[in-house]
Ligand binder design. Sequence first.
Ligand code: BG6
Length: 487
Amino acid sequence: MIQETKALFIIFGGTGDLARRKLYPALFKLYQKNYLKKHFAVIGTARREWSDDYYQEIVSQAVSDEDTVTEEAREFASHFRYQSHNVNDTEHYETLKILADSLDQEYSIEGNRLFYLAMSPSFFGTISKNLKDQQLVTEKGFDRVIIEKPFGSDFPSAKKLNDQIRNTFDESQLYRIDHYLGKEMIQNLMAVRFGNSLVESFWNHRYIKNIQITLSESLGVEERGGYYDTSGALRDMVQNHVLQLVSILAMEPPQTFCAENVTKEKVKILSSLKYYSKEELDNHFVRGQYAENPARPDEYSAYRQEEKVDEKSSTETFVAGRLEIQTPRWKDTPFYIRTGKRLKDKTTQIDVELVNHSLPLFGEKETAKTVFSLKVDPDKGISLYLNGKKAGPIIELESIELSKLYTKEELVNSPEDYEKLIGDVLKGNSTNFVHWDELAASWKFIDHIRGMWDSTTPEFPNYPSGSMGPEASDKLIAQDGFSWFLN
Ligand code: BG6
């Protein structure tokens, strides 16, 4: 039997795109599944002046298909209230407190509060301080804070932000979101790695030649040019999603799946990443920026022509790199990472290339690669590529695929990333969130690269939209004698 959690959500950034696209639908799913029911309420805040009625209409639309708003959606939305709020104005927190206390009473919530920070991080410190000073943080019940990225833009800014928030909240009350940690197949990665002795037996440098992580996107920066041009792919994707995947792939088995043990192992990996010298970095990292595609000029525009992007911008929209993890398990096994916008496809995939000392019985022809692949998006599944015999009269090898692709029916019960993650916050489970120690180690590593990159001006643009990135990305891996498995 599902036990409902009593909770009052206070969402800072309640009129935003993220709230409409992700949060309200996620909360609605939790409501439909009875994790939230009678004893919950939501206060949405933002600068705009909205009435409760208007807000409830927006929420019901956000959780409905096209024009058909169901009775259930309306009932759900009736738990929502709106307050126009200037985060810098202390008086507004007083009104917010009155509203929060009255909703707490009305819905018998017993003091459980979830503060959702879905707005510019520059306000997080002020908001946290005011929540404490104006006593919105309750004594009874729990207080938890959900924090959206970006958490800082480098280590010093992340630390400053963290220190400000920590004046009000303990680390154990903070839930820093990395939506990749809510993805079905990323959670499956832990199950596959630690649920099979077979996998664990080859999961090391003796049997793995290299690991390739690709997070490719076909879209450009769309309407986010203003943010993206100050961020770039290194900060936007590598610092968080890519390094999180690296740490899960490389970590030692945690003692248990509790947040403390998982964090401990992830931090060990993030702290053992090799810091390159300038020369090594030039050899092991590639950055790129998309251009038009001369063959399809009407289809794509160059990054520099995107809205709110500097026309001489040196911001990278692509990163490929070779990471070295200095632990006994990964001695001499490179981890290749690759992410970018306006690439050929939208695909997230991890390919683990295994050693193959096949016996010289099959003639001159090279055997195909032995690869273990984890398909994260859009397909979700696991494949093992082995050499087998081609059906026929002679012994001839061919690559065969043993594969498990999750079907739509199987995935029907799998919650979306945000639903899963908010559900975890309701349960007080922070395993799939980013601990400060992970964040600190990731930023330090990224700052090191950024610092060296910022001292030179790259020759951009250097890859056509719709390709798999700059040629240098293929050379990067080819110089070690490998090639990208996913093309
Ligand atoms: C976000 C980045 O964190 O992840 C976006 O800010 C990116 O730039 C997105 O598009 C990719 O997420 P997903 O789940 O679509 O792979």
